[in-house]
Write a protein that binds this ligand. Structure first.
Ligand SMILES: NC(=O)c1ccc[n+]([C@@H]2O[C@H](COP(=O)([O-])OP(=O)(O)OC[C@H]3O[C@@H](n4cnc5c(N)ncnc54)[C@H](OP(=O)(O)O)[C@@H]3O)[C@@H](O)[C@H]2O)c1
Length: 329
């Protein structure tokens, strides 16, 4: 099979598209001919050699999601057959033309979507769904603040929170990203380069704060995040793009406001937890794609051979939504 392989840790040019051995598949696994995969921030770290994958994955072969066509099924597989259009979250290996996936990790591609759109769903929608609804128990009528509103995770979170009838606040670094996020359901957009988001949240909530906060920035936002939460608010830390070490941390507000703070990663979780999340998301959220309540936000599509350019593009922070790689069997 063809694969975009990291030849050594480094800058985007370390990728080489090579022919490597096809994966084997076990009795409960499905062999998929990958049509498209999508980039995630973690891929940049993996390329630099600072984010080794969980056991069973190759450090030189990134890719946390894919969409494709079932080519063959293991002897115990009952839910899928060759020719089915499928998509899945992966522990790694998506930058390749074939992948073996446990059958319970697969979701059907909604009929109205093509493979490039489908490949941009699993990682960010499952992450944001899990963070908002399972960890923070976001409910209809509540308010939520989502950082990096133009990121893959942000664009997914905004849409699902809006679909759940929540009031959605979001931050981004440009007016253009905030305008586009408003089209996805963002109610209050805050340009973090021009405004203090905690002040805007206080102003727009009559000093009450938001019920739920999805953070991907980390350390530099810690104090403002706690200030932005309402009494009994819940925060989930999904990323630390701004840094992870908080100097002089004041944990007082955690007690005073009876806050809950969660940290989460998907990749390292046991298969069973990821399969349960996948099944719940598929039942609750997948129908909303065919109804166009939710849309995959594809920013740009690159060919697999252009993987270095795609990584440079993500590193420029220019994308709104997902960057997709077309793989084509
Ligand atoms: N825990 C998990 O399981 C999990 C799963 C998926 C993703 N994640 C994490 O979620 C985060 C977002 O991932 P993604 O793939 O959705 O990202 P993405 O699509 O690449 O978007 C990232 C955006 O965040 C903003 N940004 C970057 N660095 C920033 C900083 N220091 N301060 C403020 N804004 C910054 C930039 O937009 P602006 O123009 O607005 O600055 C950038 O375009 C990453 O940290 C990723 O590792 C975690």
């Amino acid at each position: 099979m063809r694969a975009a392989v990291i030849t050594k840790p480094g800058d985007p040019d370390v990728f080489a598209v090579q022919d490597i051995e096809d994966p084997t598949y076990g009795p409960e696994e499905v062999l998929v001919a990958v049509q498209a995969t999508a980039l995630n921030r973690a891929d940049l770290l993996q390329r630099r050699g600072s984010y080794p994958g969980p056991p069973g994955t190759r450090d030189d072969l990134p890719g946390l999601e894919m969409a494709g066509i079932v080519e063959a099924v293991g002897t115990h597989v009952i839910g899928w057959k060759p020719g089915d259009r499928v998509m899945a979250l992966l522990a790694g290996g998506g930058y390749a033309s074939k992948i073996a996936v446990h059958e319970r990790m697969l979701m059907p591609v909604p009929a109205s979507l093509d493979f490039e759109q489908a490949a941009s769903i699993p990682e960010v929608f499952l992450t944001a769904y899990d963070a908002l609804f399972r960890q923070c128990e976001l409910r209809a009528g509540e308010s939520v603040l989502i950082h990096a509103a133009g990121s893959g995770v942000g664009t997914a979170g905004i849409q699902m929170a809006a679909a759940a009838s929540c009031r959605v606040f979001g931050t981004a670094g440009s007016a253009d990203k905030l305008e586009r996020a408003a089209e996805l359901g963002l109610d209050v957009g805050i340009n973090y380069r021009e405004q203090d988001f905690a002040e805007v949240v206080a102003e727009r909530t009559a000093r009450r704060g938001v019920d739920v906060l999805l953070d991907v920035i980390g350390a530099p936002y810690w104090a403002q995040n706690l200030a932005s939460l309402a009494v009994q608010g819940r925060m989930v830390i999904v990323g630390t793009m701004g840094g992870a070490k908080v100097e002089g941390m004041n944990i007082g507000p955690l007690m005073q406001k009876r806050l809950r703070v969660h940290g989460t990663v998907l990749r390292a979780r046991p298969l069973e937890q990821k399969a349960q999340l996948t099944q719940e998301f598929a039942a609750r959220m997948l129908p909303l794609f065919d109804q166009q309540v939710l849309v995959p936000v594809v920013d740009r599509v690159f060919a697999l051979d252009e993987v270095a350019e795609a990584h440079r593009y993500m590193e420029s922070n220019a994308n709104f939504g997902k960057i997709v790689l077309r793989v084509e069997g």
